[in-house]
Design a binder for this molecule. Structure first.
Ligand code: ADP
Length: 482
């Protein structure tokens, strides 16, 4: 089916404690480009989440007792299998998520890179020796795996949001239960097929699909779970943090953003347009690091707008499986409604549609990539994440003004700006209240750098040597009587 080289990657069962498990009740997975039914996955609840947690707890002592090198060997095998099945995994992802196949292949490579990176990084979990204040004592600090971890992941990056949690967790010696988004469980289950083939022991990684609230509550409240890692909306993140408070769990939260993208008057405009395309329209605008507000200096506003519109009009919209498509459908009707609301609100308050502005003739959840001009701070797009292919252009005059506007949000995930003046580059990079700043680039994510936010965009970092810290606890040993 769908020309998969290895059809056994497409599973309609969950993976709990090394067993594949079906269920009477199921969730239908549909293709957002066509509305067609692709497969059905089990609709499980709290009881199965508990089973997976208990299995993870049983598997933990043996897994943590292995050397980091032994765990790395298994993780590398998993990485190699993912890359060997890159095409099939990308096809499954495009079918359930909608993103263009080339982007899906890119995400699989990106997802795999976290497993490769952390397989190595697990070997470098160093401690400290600290000179003691008492002559007869020696102070040693070690880092240990925190224990059973739970991960709740979103639909916009169905593979990478799992591996950048599971990679460091497993490398550090933790076990993990994953609850993937109900829109995109098939990619998650295919990753589990390959983890099993790689020889990762039963219970070390389980994938449970089903009712988000029920499974989420179990993962957030079960005392065996020592850490919860979540990527998704700020609203759900807040609920989950509240639920974890009762058992004082460590949390990592990668939540919403409202990224500013600033084009100063000394910017290379062609490079800025290129960066805006990648940052704004990748995954049809459905990433938490997507440029949400484009601030353009008054002197270059019209020139930038003209170039951006030309580039946007050249992008082909369509089914992600077709050659040449740059923009796929949005995930669902609700996502389309949000983009429409933002456009209606902005135009009612004086914004102009330069291109796009409405549902695409292809139907389903396709939307025309849109550029709005004359956008101002009082419009909904200035405050809320659109999560769609809409670029609102704001005009500014001074550096102080634009930094204040950029920081005027409760979010603080990604930010971008284009400028050549060295003093300005330093000043603005330091003044932006964001976890990440892209200077003269619209693409900042990779496995070696710390991804994460400040303010209400989250807690913790993923990727890089900082990323493994989220799965470790510090132990201090005082050896006295020497
Ligand atoms: P998005 O806007 O990306 O869909 P959500 O926060 O709604 O973000 O969803 C992200 C993940 O959180 C998904 O796996 C979803 O199933 C899950 N989720 C949604 N609601 C809840 C909830 N009340 N408790 C736990 N998990 C939830």
């Amino acid at each position: 089916m769908w020309n998969l080289k290895d059809p056994s990657l497409l599973r309609e069962q969950c993976f709990i404690d090394g067993q594949w498990l079906g269920a009477q009740q199921t969730i239908a997975v549909t293709n957002p480009a066509t509305g067609a039914h692709i497969a059905s996955v089990p609709k499980l609840g709290a009881a199965h989440a508990r089973q997976a947690i208990e299995a993870a707890n049983r598997a933990w002592p043996a897994w943590r007792a292995r050397t980091a090198k032994e765990r790395a060997a298994l993780l590398k095998r998993w990485f190699e299998l993912i890359m060997a099945h890159q095409d099939d995994l990308a096809t499954i992802m495009t079918l359930e998520q909608g993103k263009p196949l080339a982007e899906a292949k890119g995400e699989i490579a990106y997802a795999a890179s976290f497993i490769e990176w952390f397989a190595e990084e697990g070997k470098r979990v160093y401690g400290d020796t600290i000179p003691a204040p008492v002559a007869s004592q020696r102070i040693v600090v070690t880092k240990e795996p925190i224990g059973v971890c739970a991960a709740i992941t979103p639909w916009n990056f169905p593979a990478a949001m799992i591996t950048r949690k599971a990679g460091p967790a497993l490398a550090a010696g933790c076990t993990m239960v994953v609850k993937p988004a109900s829109q995109t469980p098939l990619t998650a289950l295919a990753l589990a097929v390959l983890a099993e083939r790689a020889g990762i022991p039963a219970g070390v990684l389980s994938v449970v699909t089903g009712a988000a609230g029920d499974i989420g509550t179990e993962l957030a409240t079960n005392p065996l779970v020592r850490k919860l890692t979540f990527t998704g909306s700020t609203e759900v993140g807040r609920t989950l943090m509240q639920q974890t408070a009762a058992t004082i769990k460590k949390v990592s939260m990668e939540l919403g953003g409202n990224a500013p993208f600033i084009v100063f008057e000394d910017a290379d405009l062609d490079a800025a347009v290129e960066g805006a395309l990648v940052s704004k329209y990748r995954n049809a605008g459905q990433t938490c690091v997507c440029a949400n507000r484009l601030y353009v200096h008054a002197k270059v506003y019209d020139a930038f707008a003209q170039k951006l519109v030309a580039a946007v009009q050249a992008m082909q919209v369509g089914d992600g499986l077709q050659d040449g498509v740059r923009i796929g459908p949005l995930i669902d009707a609700k996502a389309v409604a949000k983009v429409e609301e933002h456009i209606a609100d902005a135009t009612a308050k004086g914004a102009r549609v330069l291109t796009g502005g409405k549902r695409h003739a292809l139907g389903q959840s396709f939307f025309e990539p849109t550029v709005l001009a004359d956008v101002t701070q009082g419009m909904a797009v200035a405050k809320e994440e659109t999560f769609g292919p809409l670029a609102p252009l704001f005009r500014f005059e001074t550096e102080d003004e634009v930094v204040a506007l950029a920081n005027d949000t409760e979010f603080g995930l990604a930010s971008y700006f284009y400028a050549r003046d060295l003093g300005r580059v330093w000043r603005v990079a330091e003044r932006l209240e964001y976890g990440m700043v892209g200077v003269n680039t619209g693409l900042i994510s990779n496995e070696v750098a710390p991804f994460g936010g400040v303010k209400q965009s989250g807690i913790g970092r993923e990727g890089s040597r900082y990323g493994i810290e989220d799965y470790l606890v510090v132990k201090y040993i005082n050896m006295a009587g020497i």
